[in-house]
Each structure stands twice: as C-alpha cells, then as structure tokens.
Design a binder for this molecule. Sequence first.
Ligand code: DGL
Length: 454
Amino acid sequence: MKPILPLLMLLSIPHLATANAVADSPETTQVLDTIIVHATQPTNSDAPFSFDKSDYQGDLTKLPIGVFDSGIGGLTVLEAILSLDAFNNDNLRPEADGRPDFANERFIYLGDQANMPYGNYAARRKEDYLRELILKDTLFLLGKRSFDMPTSTKPRFDKPPVKAIVIACNTATAYGLEDVRQAIQKWGIPVFVVGVVEAGARGVNELISPTDAPSTIAIMATVGTCASNAYPKAIDRVTGLAGKRIPTVIQQGSVALAGAIEGDPAFVKNPHGSNSATIADYIQNDVTSLVENYRQSGPKEPIKMVVLGCTHFPLVEEEILKAFERLRTMDSNNDGKLPYQQLVAEHLQVVDPAKLVAKELFRRLAADRLRLTGTQASILKEDSFYMSVPSPNVAASLKTTNGDLTVEHKYGRETGKLYVEDTRVVPMRVEMLPESSRKLIQNRLPQVWKRLGK
Ligand code: DGL
C-alpha cells in the first residue's frame, strides 16, 4: 500500500471545522451593499464590475444563459445542460423527444481560474472576499465588459448580457447564492439564478426510498463547501420535507483535488519538480481519510451513496469509485481482515447534481417564458467561453514564476477595492489550459469539447 500520511497532513488544516461559512457579519452586509451600489452607478458604466440596467428592458429571450465556476469544473454542469433531453421541446412534458432541451439556447461560460481554488478561502477566514469574487463573476455575466487578451490595454464592451445565471460551483453556491439573488433583486432585473447544492440534495432524495434501511451518504467537496455545512443542511431539509428517514451525512473536504484537476502546479506534479503528488494520490487520500474517520466514529451502516459535491469531481468520477473499491477490498494489516469492507457498499450510488441543475434550468426558463422556441435564434451565434487571468498590471513580486497570483496575494486581498482589477476576463482558448485539463475535457465532456475545442 502507498504511504498516505504525508498527504493526509495536508488535509489537517486547523479551524476548518469551525469556519462558519454562512453567518452574516456586518462586514459581509457591507460587501454586498458596496458592490450593489457600485455596479449600477451611471458614472460607472465602463468601470470594472458594473453593468447597464437598461440592457434588461424589453424582451430578454434572445440573450444567452450565463454559467460560472472557479475553473473548468462548471464545464461538467454545462455538459449536462448541453446534453439534456428530459423534456418534450414542444409541449414541455417531462419526456425525452430525441432533441436536446436547450437546442436553440446559447451559453456564456466563465471560469475564474486566476482566483481559484474557491474552496480554500474560508479556511483562511476570507469568506467575505470569496463572496465578493462570486458577485464579480455575476457582474461579468450581466455586463458587456471583457478583454481581448491578457495584455490588452483596454477592455471591450460587446459581450452580450445574460438572461439567467447558473452557479456551476458548489463552493460559490454555498457562500454566494443568497448574495447573488439579493443583489439581483435590488438591481431590479428579471434574471433568475440556479445553484448546485439544492440540486445535489434532491438527487440524494430521489435515490432514497421511504422503506430503505438507515443509510450513510458521503459528500466529497471542497473544504469550504464542507465547512459551510450546505450539503448536510440541504439534505436534511429535502429528505425531511419528502417524509423520508434523514440519512447520516459524512463529509470530506479536499484541499487540493480541484486545483490538481486544473493542473495547477501548486497542487499537482509538474515539470519543475516542485510537487510530486498526482490526482490519484489526492483521491486516494481523500477517500481514505473519509472512510477512516467514519470507521473511528464507531460501528455504522455502510456508505451507500457518494455525492460529487464539487463540480470538478465528475471529471475524475471513475478514479473516485476505484479508490472506494480499493479501500473496500484492502487487507491493510496483511491479516486477511478487510477493515473497510463493512463500511463501503459494494455498489456505490453516485450523485452528480449537474443533471438536476439542467432540469431546473429548463423548468425555470419555461416558467418565466424565456425559452427560445421553434426557429427563434439567440443573439449569440455560438457559445462563448471565458476565463480570468492575472492582470499584467500586477507587480511581478505578487506572481509566481508561472505568472499565477501568489498564494499570499490571493488570500491576502481585502474587499471593497472595486476599481482595482488584479485579474481580468479574456476568451478561454484550449491552448491556454494545461494539457491535463484539456485532455479531461476532451475525453469526458464531448459536447463542451465540440464547442470549446474548435
Ligand atoms: N468547482 C468548485 C466547486 O464545485 C470548487 C473548486 C475550487 O475550490 O475552486 O465547489
């Protein structure tokens, strides 16, 4: 067996368990109020993090739909949206009709790569800064402002605004969904917002039957999502409302897996030799830590269900399942006893919230009469993909040798500096992504690849 302890040390970040992600402090309210005012001041119409409310008058049907995540993870949600065929496109009945449900719609995707991992802000007590980032992502989607290239001297203003927003990130949903909804309500624009956590809880609920024996559900997510307790709360609520037995929920926060999936050299084996851990190492350690902690908490029923509570994780779903299976059949003490066999069900059920998010998006568009039907066409010819990059104006001392923001800078920033753009949004091109993430998209997300990989 591979040694797991050195990597497990990475996971033991103090005060994670107590980080309260969702409490409203006076500072938090101020973050929201400041950005709400900044975003629509008439004198600010060209400023960063602003949008023009007059774009939201009249018929919005032809506008694209915005989807955002901290990185490429949200592309797993976009893939589910693009490939959904759960409805009849003509009469809206819940039956497949052989046509993609969003055939006429176009999408604008944003991955906030320069500021990720979102999952690690709470552990550094930077929840408010994370909330500001989530509102900035929203403002990018509502506005028209972007940059041609990382080195462009001026922004351009031709990106179309969006008619709906999907927060395709569990961490951003846990920390920012309510802020985004409140801000949109204060701006008085008819844009609805769909998040991923509630959808995950509904996915769990669908798999539990009222006659089931007690079961345990494992949430694999970022440390931030776990610290927020968004999943245990949502599962309690949804299963309770459905009159079902509330399952035991255990959580494993991963410090590094999302970053490793992004190919971020801070987290994963890289040619400069500064890190030798692989994606498989992180998965094995996260799964081992989860099940071992569960074992130590006393005899229980086996884990039956695993929720992929980070949108990056469906990209490595097979590897996660293999890690559970490996543990289940592992004779760790070479004594013929299998210490984890009783703790992991032989056939694990996997919940990926993405498909439920796609269905919710369809229903909301239909209910708000915002769907493009028949031969109606979006104002956007093709889906467009954007990502954030560090601004060239950031001092070299605040960047790593790869050009990324240093960890100290990333997690040392203060809220409220809305005219300072240390990152900027540019079109995402496949060659800008590390080869490893490019391959994951190509192999696992065919609909997205068709559009992005052109
Ligand atoms: N994809 C994001 C999520 O679903 C998290 C990745 C990150 O930590 O930035 O939570």
